[in-house]
Ligand binder design. Sequence first.
Ligand SMILES: *Cc1c(COP(=O)(O)O)cnc(C)c1O
Length: 370
Amino acid sequence: MTQTAAGPADRPYGRFFLPGPTEVHPEVLAAQIRPMMSHRGANSQAFMRGIQVGLQSVFCTARPVFISTSSATGLMEAAVRNAGRTKILSLTNGAFSERFAAIGRACNLEVDTYEVAWGEAHDPSVLRTHLENGTYDAITMAHSETSTGVLNDIRGLAAVAHDVPDTLVLVDSVTGFGAAEVRPDEWGIDFLLTGSQKAFALPPGLSFGVASERMMKRAQDAPNRGYYFDLVFFQKNHDKDQSPTTPALSVLYALEVQLDRMLAEGMEARWARHDEMAVRTWAWVDEMRSSGVPLHVVAPEGYRSPAVTTVRLPEGVNGPDVTQAVFDRDWLVGGGYGQFKETTIRVGHMGDHTMDELNGLLAILTEVLS
Ligand SMILES: *Cc1c(COP(=O)(O)O)cnc(C)c1O
């Protein structure tokens, strides 16, 4: 059997537990073989309108859901370019929230940080102090920090930011959306973004953004919003049921099918399924510790992502060896990220995975680690 980086070509469905890209259901994968269509004209407008209805429903929003042909990092840049004028505050607690700060600097903004250690979450009352001591066009944060498995209280953090005039709330919900409850309109999130290849369980290639009215007003005058990620350009095309530039049509076909599947499950049921898988994973960590294998969940209780669990390995056990041993058994689990590369593994229990599939992975991990 030829082993490729993706595992054997005939690997059964349900064994791919990376925290991105995630396993794509065969029905969704198959949608991509449809022939191309023109992305201008009545046909494509009807297609885009249909998708938009589904998107607004899964994003719990009455605002337009912009679709970008880029990975999620593209819309992180869009967030910063359209909301930033001179200075932003980045809440950092891991690799992806740090990326948001780096994008701010790369876009020539002054960036202050409210930094906590990898594995910790941000505290709304500390955020309040930061906002009292500086004036910011926007704050950035990660909802579910995929490097550590920490879930931030974006609702509480957004509420604090709303006590300050003109500070927009920009949220990377790349592994949050689809796994954890998120209600951008109700929670006052000015820009919420996600990618296609995480808890959305689509192939990579698209990202999605929901902009508040305040965000769109800000974008109108943003001095440095550029061209490709200009939200005003997105809005103009959205109003005509068009995409700004040629969309990744094949992934849109997959999206159309996946939206139907998500709506059939229901978002609340989807969040509950993710909670159940996460709770099972944390319980497994405790069981392993009781039986003498000292594993630990990196994220503190109360701040754990329902999409991804970062597991600290026992002293002397090397992360890459564990992921390789799992791979050799024709399953996949995520390696540690950045400064956690050697000392952790990450279980991506998100997307369309089921409890049965997760239990299968945990059995393999038990065998590898015992
Ligand atoms: C994966 C990920 C990103 C980057 O997404 P790309 O689609 O690779 O650009 C950003 N933030 C978080 C939290 C992620 O998990």
